[in-house]
Design a protein around this ligand. Structure first.
Ligand code: SME
Length: 139
């Protein structure tokens, strides 16, 4: 990690902590970044919440990998209804993944898990898309 990455990670970490602390329904908040050394693979970045086994996710796999592939927000109100889903914890019931774009290109994503079904709202989506727009210059 060079100095620039360290300062970026610190900022991303703070955003995760703020979101997790202020929004009751958000139980795990983290960023996955495109691994520049791999072919279409995500690597876990700053996060807050339970440790996860999914530290690397190929494009196309799970909610995270599908959002990476489409470069679009993926909102799931009931993860038990998804075939292409990677379970991080048995408690997770809803999830939203929002892409971070740099000049339109997918560079990272914000992934949020909730222990409450049907908890993701359009307000959340708009707010999180704004957050991802704000962090884009860090990449
Ligand atoms: N549930 C995600 C995997 C990442 S964990 O939620 C932290 C998925 O299906 O891609």
């Amino acid at each position: 990690v060079d100095r620039e990455d360290a300062s970026r990670d610190q900022k991303l970490q703070q955003i995760c902590e703020l979101l997790e602390e202020h929004i009751d329904e958000f139980d795990w908040v983290g960023f996955y970044l495109v691994d520049p050394k791999a072919d279409r693979e995500l690597i876990l970045g700053p996060y807050i919440g339970e440790e996860t086994d999914h530290t690397r996710i190929p494009f196309g796999k799970g909610i995270c990998g599908q959002a990476a592939e489409t470069n679009e927000t993926f909102m799931v109100q009931d993860v038990s209804k998804e075939d292409n889903y990677l379970a991080c914890s048995v408690h997770v019931e809803a999830e939203i993944v929002v892409p971070v774009k740099k000049d339109g290109k997918f560079v990272a994503e914000l992934d949020i898990d909730s222990h409450t079904k049907d908890s993701m709202t359009e307000e959340h989506r708009h707010m999180l898309e704004k957050v991802c727009g704000v962090v884009s210059p860090l990449f």
